[in-house]
Design a protein around this ligand. Sequence first.
Ligand SMILES: Cc1cc2nc3c(=O)[nH]c(=O)nc-3n(C[C@H](O)[C@H](O)[C@H](O)COP(=O)(O)OP(=O)(O)OC[C@H]3O[C@@H](n4cnc5c(N)ncnc54)[C@H](O)[C@@H]3O)c2cc1C
Length: 377
Amino acid sequence: MKKTADIIIIGAGIIGAATGYYLAKNKLKVLILEKQFPCAGSTGRCIGGIRQQYTHPLSINVMLESVRIFSVLKNEFGKEVEWYSGGYLFLAHSEDKKQTYLQAIDIQKQYQIPVRFITPDDCLQIVKGLNPEGLLGGAYCPTDGQANPFAVTYGYLDGIKKMGGKLLTNTEVAKINVTGNKIISAVTTDNQEYFAPVILNAAGPWAKKIGKMVNLDIPVQPERHESVVTEACERLFDPMLVDYRSDGCYFIQNYGTGHFIGCYTPVPNDPGENIKATSEFLTEMPRRMARLVPRLGNLKVIRQWAGSYEMTPDGNPIVDKTPVEGFYVSVGMCGHGFMFGPALGKYMAELITQGKSSLPLDDFALNRSFGKKEAMK
Ligand SMILES: Cc1cc2nc3c(=O)[nH]c(=O)nc-3n(C[C@H](O)[C@H](O)[C@H](O)COP(=O)(O)OP(=O)(O)OC[C@H]3O[C@@H](n4cnc5c(N)ncnc54)[C@H](O)[C@@H]3O)c2cc1C
């Protein structure tokens, strides 16, 4: 029997799951093809941070909507997603950084984000035990937060199944058939053909490979990012602490469990598909965390891993239809895909079902110039 769906989604990370959910709510028959298992890509390697502190107006608007959605997901799914609005604090250790954050705050305030630049003393009030050395203050937004990437992604996938959609795991798409510039079907490595008039590329770090199957060049390059988690301890502070110095790091205490989880951005960056964890990161990351909050020096690291950021040339996602009729992309999340996922899922579902989204996504177009970079990186 011919296997058919209204839409095939390639990838069961947060992007595929969230988009599939909002499409299924629109009564579409959704089929997700996943080469491994849900969260096997970047989503299962993410540290769960959620912020509205961007400078690009579209990213800010997307994140206002995502935060609204995160705050109601528990009710929507009838299950905990560990959303906690503990804030983000971007620390400034140089006049340059302070100015960058002040300019960003001017933009963010136009969107009624309750962000403010706080003094070093205020930073110390919010983060007990913070090292004040060289600190000039910080950009603080109390309505940013955290959630559990697995709970959110599985919540969406369970919703899709309840609404009659399907998820096939261990099912790798090897080929996409196009006839007369129209999407016809996806063929898997075990030679099964699935027919649908619409295919969404939600393949995260593998987005470029999927694009090649329809002769499209999608400018997404994976980049290795590593992470550690420490043993749990009593609650120390709420916000994600971000130190964007070249030898800085960012980390958060998981609200529910008390573990600290964090990353740093390697300098120089580390492009490619290699996601092996390194001993360099394992020694360096705890040192950087303890430099910021010395009392963390007593905590033991219990796990480390690596994953990919999916980078585009300007640090913003690509969310668009394409010149191939029926082929859509929601890719290149540049390390922010978990937090962007709920809103972009909703807007992509509108684009597919209504031909346009309630929030215009032009600045995330596939054919944009990629000239203007996000400053809050
Ligand atoms: C260390 C680290 C920390 C991070 N921290 C944060 C954070 O705090 N906040 C935040 O918002 N983001 C964070 N991110 C980024 C975030 O994890 C990603 O942007 C997001 O998960 C991307 O989701 P996705 O659904 O696009 O991709 P993925 O989760 O990678 O999903 C893509 C899926 O496609 C599947 N696939 C690929 N090719 C095929 C094929 N041919 N056939 C079938 N299936 C296929 C893969 O197996 C994969 O499951 C972090 C990332 C890392 C690595």
